[in-house]
Design a protein around this ligand. Sequence first.
Ligand code: FMN
Length: 336
Amino acid sequence: MRTPDLSTHYLGLQLKSPLVVSASPLSKNLSTVRRLEDAGAAAIVMYSLFEEQILHESYELDYYLDVGAHSHSEALSYFPDLDHYNLEPEAYLDHLHNIKQAVHIPVIGSLNGASPGGWIEYARKIEQAGADALELNCYYLPTDLDLSSAELEDIYVELVTAVRSTIQIPLALKLSPFFTALPHAAKRFVGAGADALVLFNRFYQPDLDCEALEVIPNLNLSTSHDLRLPLRWIAILYGRLQADFALTSGVHSAPDVLKGIMAGATATMMAPELLGQGIDRLITIAADLRQWMEEHEYDNVASMRGSMSQRSVADPAAFERANYMKALNSLDRVLP
Ligand SMILES: Cc1cc2nc3c(=O)[nH]c(=O)nc-3n(C[C@H](O)[C@H](O)[C@H](O)COP(=O)(O)O)c2cc1C
């Protein structure tokens, strides 16, 4: 049998495999980015340029973090170590340009924001700096009692529409799982111009220090267990929207990648696994993937995609509420 073909298409880009590096500090250094390419990364999503950075470029850092913590909690979460990030928007664009010169694989810029405004201009600047596509990470934390979920979705639609009309390159929308009716919201976002949905963003969940009476801002890294949430939703949405799906959250191994593809993802993104285990982990994961495909006589990734989506499995209800009771009852056997 021929060596299995791992190539895939994501956002109209030809990728040598589904193994994409997600937005993270891994794109901070040119030397790291080159090593990622050498180890087999199919594409790299750059760490984000935040709306707050663009709007408050000239503010003192303390002020920025303080404002960020209250208005867009996620922003703070991505700055566990500020040395990993460039705070200057122009420096971000320069770095993106330099990365494009340094590697041959596609480079996806990342813009992170939540409110319509002038910062969206940076989508064009990211395109001009050479990005092959743009990932728009929208995360609006709704704390207003008078803001309905429909109004919240309107904000997202407005953002996607604005960014779409600003750039020519493909646009991916990275979302959190917190939508009341995700399929309908996803349909609206794709209708507004998202070429791909990146599911799901992990986000900042503050902890409480009961002794110091302080809120502790930290970000726990994922495990493979976190895969379940995006897996289910990609499986449910696959084949029903004119969009690609990228799976982010909990991708740590070849089985995780396989599950993502079979649910319907075109790209599976990872960062913590590479931060923790080293960049060469990519080589092992690709080898494990090929070996599994050989053993199970799959020639290519395309033939596996969506094979375990809700449309294809023998028991579609397994993804839905119908299976909830069954799952709960299955625990009866462990009753003391
Ligand atoms: C240290 C760190 C920094 C991150 N920075 C960004 C960022 O700048 N922009 C973004 O959209 N996501 C960012 N993320 C989120 C990741 O891209 C990814 O979507 C998320 O961590 C879920 O995937 P995982 O389970 O592989 O961690 C960051 C994650 C980590 C752990």
